[in-house]
Ligand binder design. Structure first.
Ligand code: TEU
Length: 592
């Protein structure tokens, strides 16, 4: 590739500690390494693959890469089960290659943020092997060991210390014969939860984090970090049952809420981590906490700079709107006014204190163009670019998940054998065993399975989309013939080219990071319109999120004289307030 990146970046890594935080106008690109690019033909993406695609990221103009875990791992949860925090999984490469990736990214002005998975380890981690070996082990209290419920025999149904249901189906408690006790795992049994009540755990994790920062990485995305403080009730076993929904059969498991989310010591633990790990280091470092089940009230506390906990958080409200009371597989239609209102509430809630993260997708979510847009050939490009425009012009740090910048879609999974992810497969098996209709279960998996995000990135129209010279670990989406990076680079109308212009606008127009946010026509079911204002500059964003045509002025948008179109996905620039075609997005700029 010969052309220069979309724009210059605000600050180069490690140069000016006084410069305003780069991430306020910045864009972070998430790499999920298993499916990004394979450099050695084993069908699994790797660090060599990431290095080989740095041109792509530079051309896109992103400020940082967030690398999902590449640590040593038995890969029960595709790397979110870490067996050694200070080594790289052989299938991904070596520590030396990771150092090289950091050096090469930095040379291009791109920072590297690592995943930090410390709510739990792998059951193969040395700490857990030690811990389960004996009640006398110095590592015993690194994890949550509990006796069976009173009056029960360990291992029999109903003997679990609490009734908590795992994120990945079944109980959160695993009976361990060796020492005759249960251990806690909010996720898979191979992902035992660390006990953050134990100061030795905290010290070990802080030391590991400092080791990574000393190696030159630029921050952490912290996996489910608001789950690390469990609500310990004085007395034994010290953890309380979760309320069972009305009508649930006796003995049912229940998803824990307050018992595990945003627990009593969470703010103290994050402040301590900040003190022990980040204080006195380069101001260019960034931290983002993944925080399901978090309210605005907590969000303000987590991200208030004066409290020094984390820079920003990933919230989940907007990606839960298409789920019913039965959880993520209980599909509900998405209503645009609710989606707008959710983002608006977070904009207002964190306007004076704290900071938002803006995302449509990641490795756990379906593809946004299929979920919020229209992925038919006719509307795919327009709807992908309209959605990107709306999201990234809210106030906050924008995140792009690999392939989103190409308008990649959900995959055409036919049978249960096409799915890989343990969340999907466990859920299907559990419900089929309970007598649910397999076809209905599959229909929900097709819409929501995490595997939708995990099909290989589509680089070319060729064999396996240029992802690997071998056999890909998960099938490539057959639409790579149409949807691929190579065909988009030099096409100004492509999704990639639009993302590039949008990222450049975020960097070049200070109002995007600084400006206030006003939602227009909140109840409108097809138009997403808002303004951003600062220092006499107004950006007006108009996005028509449906088929057909829409006249913004007739719908109630007040035209501001002298407004110029600074970005559009309509090809030839329409005039500022002209009717919007199907899935058209337009950004107007005016000055007082
Ligand atoms: O995800 C945590 C989380 O709350 C979810 O998004 C969840 O995994 C699932 O999608 C519920 O439907 C993080 C990671 O992003 C995810 O990949 C891991 O599996 C999980 O934590 C455990 O580490």
């Amino acid at each position: 590739m010969t052309d220069t990146p979309g724009t210059s970046r605000a600050t180069e890594p490690g140069t000016d500690p006084q410069a305003p935080e780069w991430w306020r106008s910045g864009v972070v690109y998430q790499v999920w390494p298993r499916s990004f690019a394979d450099s050695d033909g084993d069908g699994v993406g790797d660090l060599g693959g990431v290095i080989s695609k740095l041109d792509h990221l530079e051309r896109l103009g992103v400020d940082a890469v967030w690398l999902s875990p590449v640590h040593a791992s038995p890969m029960v949860d595709n790397g979110y089960d870490i067996s050694d925090y200070q080594d790289v999984a052989p299938e991904f490469g070596t520590l030396a290659q990771l150092d090289e990736l950091v050096a090469q990214a930095h040379a291009r002005g791109i920072r590297v943020v690592m995943d930090l998975v410390v709510n739990h380890t792998s059951d193969q981690h040395a700490w857990f092997r030690e811990s389960r070996s004996s009640v006398e082990s110095p590592y015993r209290d690194f994890y949550w060991w509990r006796p069976p419920r009173e009056g029960h025999v360990g291992g029999e149904p109903g003997a679990e210390p609490t009734n908590w249901e795992s994120f990945f189906s079944g109980s959160t408690w695993q009976w361990d014969e060796a020492t005759g006790a249960y251990y806690l795992h909010l996720f898979a049994p191979e992902q035992p939860d660390l006990s953050w009540e134990n100061p030795a755990v905290r010290q070990a994790v802080h030391a590991m984090m400092r080791w990574w920062l000393d190696r030159g990485i630029d921050g952490f995305r912290m996996d489910v970090v608001n789950l690390i403080s469990k609500r310990v009730v004085p007395g034994t076993p010290g953890l309380a049952d979760a309320p069972v929904p009305p009508g649930a059969p006796p003995g049912s498991y229940a998803a824990p809420g307050d018992e595990t989310f945003n627990g009593p010591r969470i703010h103290e633990l994050l402040a301590e981590m900040h003190r022990e790990v980040f204080a006195g280091r380069d101001a260019g470092l960034v931290t983002v906490g993944e925080m399901p089940g978090t309210t605005i009230e907590h969000g303000r506390l987590y991200t208030d700079p004066a409290r020094a906990e984390v820079d920003m958080i990933f919230t989940f409200e907007h990606v839960d709107l298409d789920s019913g009371p039965g959880g993520k597989w209980d599909l509900r239609p998405l209503e645009l006014p609710r989606l707008k209102a959710t983002l608006d509430r977070w904009q207002q809630g964190l306007a004076d204190v704290g900071w938002n993260s803006l995302y449509w997708s990641n490795h756990d979510q379906p593809r946004p163009v299929s979920r919020f847009g229209d992925d038919s050939p006719q509307h795919r490009v327009r709807s992908a670019t309209a959605l990107a425009t709306v999201l990234q012009l809210h106030r906050g740090t924008a995140y792009v998940y690999q392939g989103e910048e190409l308008g990649m879609t959900n995959a055409p999974f036919a049978t249960i054998d096409d799915f890989d992810d343990l969340e999907s497969v466990n859920h299907y098996r559990e419900r089929v065993a309970r007598g649910d209709d397999p076809e209905q279960l599959l229909a929900a998996l097709r819409v929501k399975s995490r595997d939708n995000a995990r099909t290989p990135v589509q680089w070319t129209a060729g064999r396996h989309a240029g992802f690997t010279t071998g056999e890909p670990w998960l099938a490539v989406n057959p639409n790579h013939v149409e949807v691929n990076a190579e065909s988009q680079y030099d096409d100004p109308a492509s999704v990639f080219s639009h993302y590039r212009r949008l990222i450049a606008l975020r960097h070049d127009e200070p109002v995007v990071a600084r400006g206030d946010f006003t939602l227009l026509l909140p109840e409108h079911e097809r138009l997403w319109a808002f303004t951003r204002r600062a220092d006499g500059v107004t950006l007006t964003v108009l996005a028509h999120l449906s088929d057909g045509e829409l006249d913004p002025v007739a719908e109630g948008v007040v035209a501001s004289p002298g407004a110029e179109v600074v970005l559009t996905n309509e090809g030839t620039a329409a005039s500022a307030y002209a009717p919007l075609g199907p899935w058209a997005a337009r950004v107007l700029r005016s000055q007082d």
